[in-house]
Design a protein around this ligand. Structure first.
Ligand code: 13P
Length: 244
């Protein structure tokens, strides 16, 4: 049985009081079959760690440096995240690939740096609208996945994969359950080529997941949960998605 996770990606949102209200509401919510986590801006890791300690909700970061330490102004290492009890680090989110020019190789190094200290890398893959229109969606995500093959082979019990079609992120345009399942099944076959253990890596779907579409998406055989942006900022929506 594969793990099921619903992970919130707050992106660059939040204030100390708003985060406290959101985390308190999540803590007060009924437990769900899927496990819950929030990936917060790194300055709020201490707050998440303090407010969520002892709760069933895990927390993590939205990025991690590929380097262990040294002269890398502005970067945050995996061991620093670990000091704050972070369980996850999102790596290779399309917004970082786009705005920070992260390559597939950068993403693989970051995933490895996280896993080396026991932090679970949430490796994001996904194609743009143009790539889908040109019928290159599978080739693009396959190349993104292939770059991380070594990490997935080394750390199958830690790694999590997230399929986030770029055209569905923050646009309100969700992939249909059939479109998402087709890509997840493709990714599962690619994972199985790496190893039997890698074939069990959870694959989360991300891109405009809402309470109204979560159940149908999560009912697909190869969708093991979600990576949630906008809706993770509203406690009731996030919990409703997890309950789905
Ligand atoms: P939205 O849920 O806001 O579309 O964002 C998805 C996402 O990018 C999660 O990482």
């Amino acid at each position: 049985m594969r793990e099921r996770w619903v992970i919130g990606n707050w992106k660059m949102n939040g204030t100390l009081p708003r985060n406290a209200a959101l985390l308190d509401a999540l803590k007060a919510s009924a437990p769900t079959r899927a496990k819950l986590a929030v990936c917060v801006p790194s300055v709020y890791l201490a707050q998440a760690s303090a407010l969520l300690a002892g709760s069933a909700i895990a927390w993590g970061a939205q990025d991690v440096s590929a380097n262990a330490d040294g002269a890398y102004t502005g970067q945050i290492s995996a061991s620093m995240l670990q000091e704050f009890g972070a369980k996850f680090a999102i790596v290779g989110h399309s917004e970082r690939r786009l705005f920070n020019a992260e390559s597939n190789e950068d993403v693989a190094k970051k995933a490895d740096a996280a896993a080396m200290v026991g932090i679970r890398p949430v490796i994001c893959v996904g194609e743009s609208l143009a790539e889908r229109a040109e019928d290159r969606a599978e080739a693009v995500v396959c190349a993104q996945l292939a770059a991380c093959a070594e990490v997935l082979a080394k750390f199958p019990a830690l790694a999590i994969l997230a399929y986030e079609p770029v055209w569905a992120i923050g646009t309100g345009k969700t992939a249909t359950p059939a479109q998402a399942e087709a890509m997840h099944a493709f990714l599962r076959r690619e994972l199985a080529k790496i190893s039997a253990a890698a074939a069990n890596v959870p694959i989360l779907y991300g891109g405009s997941v809402k309470p109204s579409n979560a159940a149908e998406l999560f009912a697909q055989p190869n969708i093991d949960g979600g990576l949630i942006g906008g809706a993770s900022l509203v406690a009731a929506d996030f919990v409703a998605i997890a309950a789905a």
